[in-house]
Design a protein around this ligand. Structure first.
Ligand code: KG4
Length: 351
């Protein structure tokens, strides 16, 4: 069964075609980062206009590249929440048009949950193995780390998420963006900080610099051992002050320390969530999972603690994209879920 996914919740316009919730037939994606970079954040009006300009072109690309036509598409899944209202409306309108013209059923998708379905799009594993291991049976933990969310869920079933840990102030991606701004680096901040942190790490490994006692405070020591919520604003303020108080310290070292402490906090919360729930499979998703230091630390953590942690195998699948929407759409549609043409989009996480 082939499904089309439409994603336009924030600053990526993306459409994807997926077979049976597993096989990516085509992913078309336009990133608006360049248009927002000078504002150091997403400007909603610019985002909506850019979605409108690109979305039809991306649909054409999907169809021409895959050689499919509408008669072969079983459902059209669309990000319905959460996101920027004007941006969500563009994707929603395309789904409605396709439904009206071709009679293809609409499936509305929570795009945060779609991030947690992306691990099922493991084409390599599916192509190379005769015997396919079931991927992340329910219930499992969902770890979502993006520009707007740092959350832990118990993922009980499709469309059934229990929030057990949440963003108290800045989400992790947002904290990376703000830290980069404090350090005079570009936008988005995550990749910039990772790049600079790598340079510092290489200097230490090669011996050209000596490792020093961290300047940024180890915030974790003072926090309760059962904490599941995420707070990064204290770390951000510590960085701001340290930068003023220690002007001779290199930007690369600040990046390294900021990244290390953030990752430590993520690992602590996930450890607490595993302990609290007894659930030993974690599925991670969202833009911050593009960070290789984070994914390496997650792998190490999984080995040390005998748990399974799955995350997107490819950086492009960490970011907002149409194939994750088509993937989740498949699981909802095969459960019998479809939506009426007058569905409403929403900025909220809860329907
Ligand atoms: O999920 P996502 O693509 O979209 C939104 O939430 O809108 O996440 C974007 C966030 C940005 O804050 C960006 O700085 C962060 O993901 N990010 C990273 C990395 N790549 C992107 N954070 C840390 N390290 C990275 N390599």
């Amino acid at each position: 069964m082939i499904g089309l996914g439409i994603e336009s919740s924030c600053d990526e316009t993306s459409l994807g075609l997926v077979r049976d919730g597993k096989e990516i037939l085509h992913l078309a994606l336009f990133s608006q980062i360049e248009s927002h970079a000078k504002f150091r954040g997403v400007v909603p009006e610019i985002a909506s206009r850019a979605h409108l300009e690109k979305i039809n072109l991306l649909l054409d690309e999907c169809l021409s590249h895959s050689g499919l036509d509408f008669s072969e598409i079983a459902y059209v899944a669309v990000s319905q929440r959460p996101g920027l209202m004007g941006s969500l409306m563009i994707g929603a309108q395309m789904a409605r048009c396709i439904h009206l013209v071709h009679g293809i059923p609409i499936v509305c998708v929570n795009h945060l949950e779609a991030h947690l379905s992306v691990v099922r799009l493991n084409i390599d594993q599916l192509q190379n193995s005769q015997e396919i291991k079931p991927i992340a049976p329910f219930p499992h933990l969902g770890l979502l780390l993006s520009g707007g969310n740092s959350s832990i869920y118990i993922h009980k079933d499709w469309n059934e998420l229990e929030l057990i840990g949440d963003t108290m102030d800045d989400a992790l991606g947002e904290a990376f963006d703000k830290a980069a701004s404090i350090l005079g680096l570009g936008y988005p901040g995550g990749p910039e900080i990772e790049k600079s942190a790598n340079i510092y790490e290489q200097e230490i490994i090669s011996g050209s610099k000596k490792a020093e006692i961290p300047i940024l405070p180890k915030l974790l020591k003072s926090q309760p051992h059962h904490e599941l919520h995420f707070s990064f604003s204290g770390l951000k303020t510590a960085l701001l002050n340290a930068k003023k108080d220690h002007p001779s310290i290199s930007i690369n070292r600040f990046c390294f320390e900021f990244q290390e402490t953030s990752i430590e906090l993520v690992l602590r919360n996930i450890k607490n969530a595993i302990k609290k729930t007894g659930i030993k499979t974690v599925v991670a998703g969202g833009g911050v999972l593009a960070n290789t230091r984070l994914t390496n630390k997650l792998k190490e953590f999984a080995l040390d603690n005998s748990v399974e942690i799955l995350f997107p195998k490819n950086k492009i699948l960490s970011t907002d994209n149409g194939v994750m929407v088509a993937c989740l759409g498949y699981y909802l549609f095969t459960k019998g879920i479809k939506d009426e043409i007058d569905f409403q989009v929403s900025p909220k996480r809860i329907a």
